[in-house]
Write a protein that binds this ligand. Structure first.
Ligand code: ADP
Ligand code: MG
Length: 249
């Protein structure tokens, strides 16, 4: 999956400046950067929740030119390949956990209810929530709800999972439950793009790190280089130091 020369504006605000990025398959790409740098806009563009004004988007044999009108058929094809997980889970409150997970597979993929339920139960076991199929979202902790959201994304069998600050709303212990699930998925070579502020996690999970500031890519490379104490980029060094509270006194 890759984008090239992407530009996006909101009103007169230019938020993505000629962005070109590769998101390798079977790898975890982590996007970091200060608030407002354009991280969510990139992730949302990959799922076509936002459509940039110009640039190209290539996904396997699917090629989109953002300057041209994107057809519904193209949109659907791309959304099948990408599953989105949001910071605030976005579960349907009036459906059980199982109901949430089988909704897409039965409605969109036209799977039988029995087949979708079987897969959903396997996915719930995988995220450590085998006993929770009949619970409702308001009976879950935030960490459990986010793991359900991850299972729901996986149930659609997308090629990539896109996660936008998946643990920003969680207490540290609940965050850890979710990060462990994502680390496991990374080990299984699930293709992922993750936006996070958690530098310890980023360092652990990333095959590749992208650092954004003001809609520009300041770094695109290996985590070892990004986190290296002798990283020559002072801005990146000071960002990492503030995120990890290295220089508290
Ligand atoms: P990040 O996820 O890195 O915090 P975003 O991609 O959400 O950054 O936002 C990038 C910039 O675009 C910010 O200045 C934000 O205010 C602006 N922005 C994002 N979405 C919208 C929108 N729907 N309308 C207007 N401005 C937006
Ligand atoms: Mg964001």
């Amino acid at each position: 999956m890759k984008i090239s020369n992407v530009n996006k504006t909101f009103g007169d605000k230019h938020v993505l400046h000629d962005i070109s990025l590769d998101f390798p398959a079977a790898k975890t790409t982590v996007i970091v950067g200060p608030s407002g740098s354009g991280k969510s806009t990139i992730l949302r563009s990959l799922n076509l929740l936002e459509v940039p004004e110009s640039g190209r988007y290539g996904f396997d044999d699917l090629q989109l030119d953002f300057a041209k009108k994107i057809t519904n058929k193209q949109k659907l094809a791309l959304r099948k390949k990408t599953g989105m997980v949001f910071q605030d889970y976005n579960l349907f409150p009036n459906k059980t956990v199982l109901g949430n997970i089988i909704e897409g597979p039965t409605q969109v993929l036209k799977q039988s209810k029995a087949a979708a339920t079987k897969t959903a139960n396997e996915l719930l076991a995988k995220v450590g929530l085998a006993q929770y199929g009949d619970s409702y979202p308001n009976q879950l902790s935030g960490g459990q709800a986010q793991r359900v959201a991850i299972a729901r994304a996986l149930a659609m069998n997308p090629e990539y999972i896109l996660l936008d600050e998946p643990t920003s709303a969680l207490d540290p212990e609940l965050e850890l439950e979710v990060l462990k699930v994502l680390l496991q998925l990374a080990r299984e070579k699930q293709s992922m793009v993750i936006v996070t502020h958690n530098m310890i996690f980023a360092r652990h999970v990333a095959d590749k790190i992208i650092f954004l500031e003001n809609g520009h890519v300041l770094f695109d490379g290996a985590p070892e280089q990004f986190f290296a104490p002798d990283n020559p980029n002072e801005r990146i060094k000071s960002f990492i130091a503030s995120m990890t509270m290295e220089n508290l006194d």
